[in-house]
Design a protein around this ligand. Structure first.
Ligand SMILES: [Zn+2]
Length: 483
C-alpha cells in the first residue's frame, strides 16, 4: 500500500492524473471520509459540490465537514455565501469550481470532488451548460435574475402558454406548474434570441456529445460510487439524525429561523424552494419553528417529533434519489462508454462516448472500510495514473448483456444493489428477496404515494397528456436541487 501511494504521489508532481476524482454516493455513505483519506495520501484537496453547503449557516443539517476534518485536508466551496442570497446558480458554482480546479492543477494537487448535488457534479463533468466560449459568444452571465423573477410572477400556466408559442419542444418537456424552469427557458429565448431547446441541441451536438449531456470536460476522470445495502444505510441515516440532534440541531434551526426566516414567514413571502431554505431538514421543522407563542409545551414537543420523523423520511427518500441518479446517469445501457477501463477498451468503444466508467465501492460493512473502500480506491487511482487496467473493474452497466462478474443489478423490491451476475441469481432466490417481495405486494395495496416534490434532475417528465417523455439533458442552472 505504501508503495502504491508513493508512486501516485511522484507522478502527481509532474502532471495531475486523473485530472479529477469524483466521489458519488447517497447521503451517509461516507463520501467525506474517503475524500479526506485520499486527499491526505495523494496531495489532494476537496471540492464540495453541494448546493446547500455553499451557504453559511445550518452546518449540522447540511452535513458540513467539521473544523477538525478540514484541518486534515483542505476543503473548498463551503460556507462562502450569505444565506439570504437567492440568485446563486449552478453556473456560478461551476465557474468558481472550474477555476479552482485549474488552480489545483497548477499547484499539482489532485482535485477530489465530493457530491452532493447532481446538477453541480454534472456541471463539472460535462459541458452541459451554456458556454460563453466557443459556441458563438453566448454568455450565461448576461442572463439577468431580475427578468426571470419578473417572469415567474406571471405564474406557471401563463408562462407555459407563452413558451409553447416560442419553443414548443421545450414546453412539452416542462410541467405547466414548473414556473421556475419555464421562466428560465423564456428568459433564454428573450435574451439569446434562440429557443432554449435549440440551444441545448446545439450543445449536445458538439464534438464528443452523444445526446446524454454534452462532451466530457476532463479526459478520463475517476469516479467512485459508494453504495450500501439500503436497510443498513437506512439505519445509519436514522442514527445520524439522532446524532445531529445531540449536536444541537434544534438550536441551530431555531437560531437560523430567527435570523433569516422569521421575517419572511411573517411577511408571507417565505418560499422553501429557494437557496438554503430548500435544505432537507429545515422546511420539515416549519410548523415547530413557527408555532405561536401560546403553544403549549406538549404541543411543541409533538411538533418537534413530527419534524424529526419528517426529516428521517426525507433523508431516506433523498438517499434513494441520489442512487437513482447515479444509475440513470452513469449505469444505464444507453451509456455505451461506461463499461470499460479507459485504456483497455478505448479502441473498442471509440470516441464520442461521454460517460466515464464508475468504480463501485461497497460501504455496507463499516468494519471492513479500509479493505473494501480505501484500499481499492487507492489501487484504482494508482493504475489509472500508470495507464494500466485497474484490478477492480468498473461497474458494468445494467443490461449490457455480456456475462460479467461486476455487472450491476438493482432489486427495487429489496432496495438493494447487487454487483455480479452470480450474486444476482443468488439474490433472486434468497429468503430475503422473497420476504420483501411478499411484504411489498402487501403494502402496495395499502399505500398510495403522492407526487414527490424533492428537487432532483428529472429523467422524464409528464407531458400534458400525462405520458412520460424523456427529457434530454436540460440546463437547470437556476434550479439547484436539494442536498
Ligand atoms: Zn430482492
Amino acid at each position: 500500500m505504501a508503495a502504491a501511494t508513493l508512486s501516485v504521489q511522484r507522478t502527481l508532481k509532474t502532471s495531475v492524473v486523473p485530472p479529477l476524482v469524483v466521489i458519488l454516493g447517497a447521503t451517509g455513505t461516507g463520501k467525506s471520509k474517503l475524500a479526506i483519506e485520499l486527499g491526505r495520501r495523494l496531495q489532494g484537496e476537496v471540492v464540495s459540490a453541494d448546493s446547500m453547503q455553499v451557504y453559511k449557516g445550518l452546518d449540522i443539517i447540511t452535513n458540513k465537514v467539521t473544523a477538525e476534518e478540514q484541518a486534515q485536508c483542505c476543503h473548498h466551496m463551503i460556507s462562502f455565501l450569505d444565506p439570504l442570497v437567492s440568485s446563486y446558480t449552478v453556473v456560478d458554482f461551476r465557474n468558481r469550481a472550474l477555476s479552482l480546479i485549474e488552480d489545483l492543477h497548477h499547484r499539482q494537487k489532485l482535485p477530489i470532488v465530493v457530491g452532493g448535488t447532481n446538477y453541480y457534479i454534472e456541471s463539472l463533468l460535462w459541458k452541459v451548460l451554456l458556454d460563453s466560449g466557443a459556441s458563438g459568444g453566448l454568455k450565461e452571465t448576461s442572463v439577468s435574475p431580475d427578468l426571470k423573477a419578473e417572469l415567474e410572477k406571471l405564474g406557471g400556466p401563463e408562462l407555459h402558454r407563452q413558451l409553447k408559442t416560442v419553443d414548443p419542444d421545450m414546453a412539452a418537456m416542462l410541467h405547466p406548474h414548473d414556473a421556475r424552469k419555464i421562466a428560465r427557458s423564456l428568459q433564454v429565448y428573450q435574451e439569446m434570441g434562440m429557443p432554449h431547446s435549440q440551444l441545448l441541441e446545439r450543445q449536445r451536438s458538439q464534438e464528443g456529445g452523444d445526446g446524454l449531456g454534452g462532451p466530457l470536460r476532463f479526459r478520463e476522470p475517476c469516479i467512485f460510487w459508494l453504495h450500501a445495502d439500503m436497510d443498513v444505510l437506512d439505519e445509519r441515516l436514522d442514527k445520524r439524525v439522532d446524532e445531529m440532534l445531540s449536536q444541537g440541531l434544534i438550536t441551530e434551526l431555531q437560531d437560523f429561523h430567527e435570523r433569516y426566516n422569521q421575517q419572511k414567514v411573517q411577511d408571507n413571502r417565505q418560499n422553501y424552494q429557494h437557496g438554503i431554505f430548500q435544505s432537507i431538514g429545515f422546511k420539515e421543522f416549519h410548523e415547530y419553528l413557527t408555532a405561536a407563542g401560546d403553544t403549549s409545551q406538549e404541543q411543541r414537543d409533538k411538533l418537534k417529533d413530527k419534524g424529526i420523523e419528517a426529516l428521517k423520511m426525507a433523508t431516506r427518500r433523498y438517499a434513494r434519489k441520489q442512487n437513482k441518479w447515479v444509475r440513470n446517469r452513469f449505469l444505464k445501457t444507453s451509456n455505451k462508454g461506461a463499461a470499460r477501463t479507459w485504456k483497455k477498451l478505448q479502441d473498442a468503444s471509440g470516441p464520442g462516448s461521454n460517460v466515464p466508467p464508475v468504480f463501485g465501492l461497497d460501504v455496507t460493512d463499516v468494519s471492513e472500510w479500509e479493505k473494501n473502500v480505501l484500499t481499492p480506491a487507492l489501487q484504482i487511482l494508482e493504475s489509472l495514473q500508470k495507464g494500466e487496467p485497474t484490478a477492480v473493474e468498473p461497474i458494468r452497466v445494467e443490461g449490457a448483456g455480456q456475462r460479467n462478474k461486476r455487472s450491476l443489478h438493482t432489486c427495487e423490491l429489496c432496495d438493494k444493489i447487487v454487483i455480479g451476475d452470480l450474486e444476482w441469481t443468488a439474490h433472486l432466490k434468497s429468503k430475503n428477496h422473497h420476504y420483501h417481495k411478499k411484504r411489498k405486494t402487501e403494502s402496495s395495496k395499502k399505500h398510495d404515494h403522492g407526487p414527490d416534490r424533492d428537487a432532483t434532475p428529472p429523467t422524464e417528465h409528464l407531458n400534458q397528456a400525462g405520458a412520460a417523455v424523456p427529457v434530454p439533458h436540460v440546463d437547470t442552472s437556476l434550479d439547484p436541487p436539494n442536498t
